[in-house]
Design a protein around this ligand. Structure first.
Ligand code: 5GP
Ligand code: MG
Length: 173
């Protein structure tokens, strides 16, 4: 495994995102929607750095292991517990790869008529995008390698590492 982002780098990135969110949502009380399971560590670090009041909910989408990728049809495996109509919603995602999952999720949430809907992503692999994903808050651009740690798994393993690692060498886009 090769180190991609150290705990210190991640902490700096998450702190910057928290500051951006604090600034934009000053006087508001957004609902953060964490995408399970990959975003659970990122979300828990992020909320502890925010100064604005927030509430937290989770949604669960299928995940894809190494060597496979998102197909067109994404489903919601576990829905929200909160009503989002009229709320300021921030989706908190671990990683955007092809963009298919996130595009589906944003459309799914938008149909429920939130007052506003923004996207906060820790890691983005721009060379892999198949659809354009407007990311409002981005932690890091990463190369086209399979990443684990800091919530990201391979077959449910490796999530617990405090750093992000690449499992393989970079392959072309
Ligand atoms: P997309 O729909 O953008 O192709 O894929 C999104 C999902 O695929 C992510 O939420 C994540 O679950 C999984 N994924 C994409 N790239 C990686 C990666 O490098 N490592 C891990 N562990 N999961 C990934
Ligand atoms: Mg994810």
């Amino acid at each position: 495994m090769t180190l991609v982002l150290s705990p210190e780098e991640i902490a700096r990135g998450v702190r910057r995102l928290a500051q951006e969110i604090d600034h934009y949502y000053l006087g508001k009380r957004p609902l953060l929607v964490g995408v399970l399971r990959g975003a659970f560590i990122f979300l828990s670090d992020l909320v502890r750095l925010l100064e604005i009041p927030v509430t937290v909910d989770f949604i669960r989408l299928p995940s894809y292991g190494c060597g496979t990728e998102s197909q067109g049809a994404v489903r919601v495996l576990q829905g929200l517990s909160e009503e989002i109509r009229g709320r300021d919603v921030i989706v908190v995602e671990d990683i955007v790869d092809t963009g298919v999952t996130t595009t589906f999720l944003m459309a799914y949430l938008k149909r429920r008529k939130p007052a506003s809907l923004r996207l906060c992503v820790l890691l983005d692999k721009p060379s892999r995008h198949r659809v354009e994903v407007p990311i409002d808050y981005l932690g890091f651009l990463v190369p086209n390698v399979f990443l684990v740690g800091y919530g990201l798994d391979l077959a449910q393993a490796h999530r617990q590492y405090p750093a992000v690692y690449a499992l393989e060498e970079e392959v072309g886009p």
